[in-house]
Design a protein around this ligand. Structure first.
Ligand code: ZN
Length: 237
């Protein structure tokens, strides 16, 4: 009984490189997996389109995962627009922009995402939450940190009076190692799928396809992705 519960996971799936790698990780590891995404009016609605395409391709091209992959949930969190930095004071806006974070930055966004995910997981009988947060070359969000998420795991399990395990398989690896992980899990087919159909660009630029994928090539998210992919490729040679 315990094993069955433990083996059902909900993946926070945005349609980006990290969360797609996490989805593959979860599909390898658990017997049943559902996905959840959040629509909060983000500039990269492109990313939400990617979710649908990725899920369809995973079902079609990775047949052994198809039967494990359950329902996808898309929650409308448009209220986050009310607390994004464009809605905050001038002083806060300047501070956030100087840090290079996107203009839709929402303080504590991941805490909110996990809490909503836990509520859905509880209702769906899932007891593992999987997220692509990473401390190694992240953008500086304190709510992505390992200790934050460990504390949240305790708070959510306590508040729901049910086990709610938070798994973050990318926490201590860099972007090049994330590509490598994808290769180890799903071979070159998964690497190609992530390269061509995931999206991480802060500007939502989906016009030009580069060898590392779509994006503007100059925003902080693209720079990280380019560096990660080129390092992965050079080490793979
Ligand atoms: Zn970009």
């Amino acid at each position: 009984m315990a094993d069955v519960i433990k083996n059902k996971a909900l993946v926070l799936f945005s349609g980006g490189q990290d969360s797609t790698t996490c989805l593959a990780w979860a599909l390898e590891r658990y017997e049943y997996v559902e996905t959840i995404g959040f629509d909060y009016g983000q500039r990269h609605a492109v990313e939400l389109d990617c979710r649908t395409r990725l899920l369809a391709r995973i079902r079609a091209e990775f047949c052994h995962w198809d039967s494990k992959l359950g329902q996808d949930h898309l929650l409308n969190l448009s209220l986050l627009g009310q607390i994004s930095d464009t809605a905050l004071t001038d002083a806060q806006e300047i501070k956030f922009k100087a840090s290079g974070l996107p203009s839709t930055f929402v303080p504590a966004r991941n805490l909110l995402f996990f809490t909503f995910a836990a509520a859905v997981a509880y209702r769906r009988g899932l007891s593992v939450l999987v997220g692509g947060m990473c401390e190694t070359d992240y953008s500086g969000y304190p709510d992505c940190r390992d200790n934050t998420l460990k504390a949240l795991q305790v708070a959510m399990s306590s508040g729901l009076d049910a086990p709610m395990v938070v798994e973050t398989p990318l926490m201590w690896i860099n972007k090049a190692q994330t590509w490598k992980m994808a290769e180890e899990i799903g071979g070159s087919a998964l690497v190609d799928l992530i390269r061509s159909d995931t999206h991480t660009c802060y500007l939502g630029d989906h016009s030009t396809f580069h060898d590392w994928g779509y994006g503007c090539g100059t925003c902080p998210a693209c720079e990280l992705r380019i560096l990660g992919y080129s390092t992965y490729m050079s080490e793979a040679v």
